[in-house]
Ligand binder design. Structure first.
Ligand code: PLP
Ligand code: SF4
Length: 337
C-alpha cells in the first residue's frame, strides 16, 4: 500500500469539494433532517439544487427557517406564476453583443468569465442567463480582449459570472495577464461568492496569482447573512487582503433571510471585523421564480431607515436597484419617490 501524505488526507482541494457538492434533494433531506416533501426538485435542468459541503456545514439541521438553507433550497413557490417577473429583468441580453462581454456602463466592462457557480442561490438574477452560449473558446476571449483594446474609455474590467473563481488558475492567469497588457486598464474587479462558499478556493495558487498581478485589485464578495461568515471564511478573506486586494461585499435584500435591520447591522459589523466593507444592498431583481423573496417598497425603506440609524455611515451599504437601460445602478432614495 502506498502511504498517503497527511496533506492528501486532511485537505481536500477546492475542486474536489466542488465536484462533491450536493445536488440530490434526498441527500440534502437526510443530511439536514428536513422532510423531502419540502424540497422541490425543479423539472428543468437549468437551476438545480447545488450546495457544497463547507456551506452546508453552516446550516442548522431540522430548521426550515435557517437563513442559509433558504438561500439554496428549491422551494415549491418557485414554480408559482408571478406577474411582472421575467427571465431577463435587466435586459442584459441586449448588451451581450460579444459573447461573454457586457458593456453597459461607461468606464467599466463586465466579462462573464465563470460559466457556472459553486452554489445555486435561489434568488439569483442570472438564474436564466444563457451560460451555455457564453461558454467561451480562446478565440472568443481574444475577441473580448480586442474589444477592450479598442475602447480606451474603459479603465476597469469586472470578472463576473457565474463565478469567475470556478475557472482554474491557469485560465485566470492567462486572461488577466492579457488584460494587464492593455494600457488603459487600471483595475481588475472580481465578483465572487467562492471564498464564502468554499473558502479552500483561496489557496496558494490563487494568492500567488493575485499577488503578482500588476493591476489594482478589488474583490466583491456576496454575503447575505452573518451566519455565512465562519473562521475559515475570515481566514480566507485575511489572506486575500494580504495580497493588496480591497475586499467589499454586496448583499441582496431577501424576505425571510435578512429583512430586518438587526440582521443587516450584525452583518455589517461581522464583515468589518473580517476586514470587509459593505458596498451594495440590492433590491431583488424581478426574476422569474424568486418572487417569494421580494418585499414591499415601504418595508424596504423602513428597514433601510433603521439601518442608517444603527450604524456608522461607512458600514451602511448603498441601497440600489437595477433599472434597465440606466447608466448606473440606481440609489433608492428614502425621501424621494
Ligand atoms: C453592476 C454592474 C457593474 C458594476 O457596477 P458598479 O456600480 O460599478 O458596481 C458593471 N456592469 C454591469 C453589467 C453591472 O450589472
Ligand atoms: S453565486 Fe452569485 S451568480 Fe452564482 S447563483 Fe449565487 S448569486 Fe447567482
Amino acid at each position: 500500500m502506498i502511504p498517503r501524505t497527511l496533506d492528501a488526507v486532511e485537505v481536500p482541494s477546492w475542486k474536489e469539494i466542488l465536484s462533491n457538492a450536493i445536488s440530490s434533494p434526498k441527500i440534502l433531506s437526510e443530511r439536514l433532517n428536513i422532510p423531502l416533501s419540502d424540497i422541490s426538485d425543479p423539472a428543468n435542468d437549468e437551476f438545480k439544487l447545488f450546495v457544497p459541503e463547507p456551506y452546508l456545514q453552516r446550516i442548522e439541521p431540522c430548521n426550515l427557517n435557517d437563513p442559509l438553507l433558504k438561500q439554496i433550497l428549491p422551494a415549491h413557490q418557485e414554480a408559482l406564476p408571478t406577474q411582472g417577473y421575467s427571465k431577463d429583468p435587466l435586459s442584459e441580453e441586449s448588451y451581450n453583443t460579444i459573447p461573454g462581454l457586457i458593456h453597459k456602463y461607461k468606464r467599466r466592462v463586465l466579462l462573464v468569465s465563470g460559466a457556472s457557480c459553486a452554489i445555486n442561490c435561489r434568488y439569483c438574477f442570472r438564474r436564466h442567463f444563457p451560460y451555455a452560449d457564453n461558454r467561451l473558446s480562446k478565440e472568443q476571449w481574444l475577441q473580448s480582449i480586442h474589444y477592450i483594446h479598442q475602447h480606451p474609455e474603459l479603465n476597469e474590467v469586472i470578472l463576473s459570472g457565474g463565478d469567475p473563481l470556478v475557472s482554474n488558475d491557469k485560465q485566470l492567469n492567462w486572461l488577466t495577464s492579457a488584460l494587464s497588457d492593455i494600457p488603459h486598464i487600471k483595475r481588475l474587479r472580481i465578483h465572487t461568492r467562492l471564498p464564502v462558499v468554499i473558502p479552500q478556493r483561496v489557496d496558494e495558487a490563487l494568492l500567488n496569482w493575485l499577488s503578482v498581478l500588476p493591476l489594482q485589485k478589488v474583490m466583491v464578495l456576496h454575503i447575505n447573512h452573518p451566519n455565512e461568515i465562519d473562521d475559515a471564511v475570515r481566514q480566507a478573506i485575511q489572506r486575500v487582503k494580504e495580497t493588496g486586494t480591497l475586499v467589499l461585499n454586496q448583499s441582496v435584500l431577501l424576505a425571510g433571510i435578512n429583512d430586518n435591520s438587526e440582521v443587516l447591522s450584525t452583518l455589517s459589523e461581522t464583515l468589518f471585523d473580517a476586514g470587509v466593507l459593505p458596498y451594495y444592498l440590492h433590491r431583488l431583481d424581478k426574476i422569474e421564480g424568486a418572487a417569494h423573496f421580494d418585499l414591499p417598497q415601504v418595508r424596504i425603506k423602513e428597514i433601510y431607515a433603521d439601518l442608517l440609524a444603527s450604524l456608522p455611515g461607512y458600514l451602511v451599504p448603498k441601497l440600489v436597484a437595477e433599472i434597465p437601460h440606466r447608466a448606473s445602478k440606481t440609489p433608492l432614495d428614502l425621501h424621494l419617490e
